[in-house]
Design a protein around this ligand. Sequence first.
Ligand code: HEC
Ligand code: HEC
Length: 215
Amino acid sequence: MKLHEPRSMLLATILIASLSAPSLAEEKDTVVPAQELKAKTDYCKTCHGLSGQGFRGSFPMPRLAGQQPEYVKNQLQAFIERRRTNPVMFNVSHVLTPAMLTALSGYFKDLNPKPLGGAPRDSLAVGKKIYEEGVPAAEVPPCASCHGPDAKGADAFPRLAGQLHDYMIRKLTNWDKERGQDKANPDNSAIMQPIAHNLTEAQIKAVAAYLSTLE
Ligand code: HEC
Ligand code: HEC
């Protein structure tokens, strides 16, 4: 198990360094007036919850509170370029100016509401073990090696702590159909692809339930 850690981190570092370099270079921001930012974040909160804690509507709206700015920015760009398919978030994001996109990406980091909860609690111990040790027999590295020991994420690695379990189950189950959809322009979603693919349905449910309880 320990063997996986340096290798997966190295792979991830190389991929992320090579893939996100252009977007970092084009960062030249003007400041967004506070009132405009508030109007926009109020709009985000109608779906993502008043404290960004997530919300269950006809489908789960993910938690954004505490999310890593670089990850948020990458996802908004992926929605705009349709590398990540979601009709709702395409409509929301393609109208954003570059300055607003940057301001929004950092906005949710400092929100820290309690997890929304609601996951079944019967497989939390199994989920914790998968998170910390991976599934060596299926070549799944420890999630913690990339998402961090406390699941708070870092840079392009998303926070998973407190995320809605039903949202994560849907994302991990549909990874290939929703992410990395522009084959000519591969992105960080390629790092998670084999991991999502190699987990069984029961393992996905267990690890998602465990993560949804973390503060
Ligand atoms: C009409 C509802 C709605 C509104 C308004 C909305 N979102 Fe979303 N957002 C969603 C849904 C639904 C998803 C999940 C998409 C999926 O399942 O892939 C999502 C996903 C996201 C994600 C990806 C999260 C992750 O963990 O990968 C980000 C980032 C995001 N939204 C940011 C925003 C921001 C910023 C705003 C405001 C400018 C906003 N959203 C407004 C519904 C909404
Ligand atoms: C080698 C590094 C690595 C490992 C190991 C890893 N992940 Fe990830 N994970 C990532 C990256 C990078 C992303 C963001 C992909 C993107 O930007 O499209 C991600 C994204 C995710 C997402 C989507 C989050 C969201 O808000 O939509 C989930 C859920 C997830 N990982 C769960 C897991 C679980 C569960 C494990 C362990 C079984 C795991 N990851 C192991 C690198 C990793």
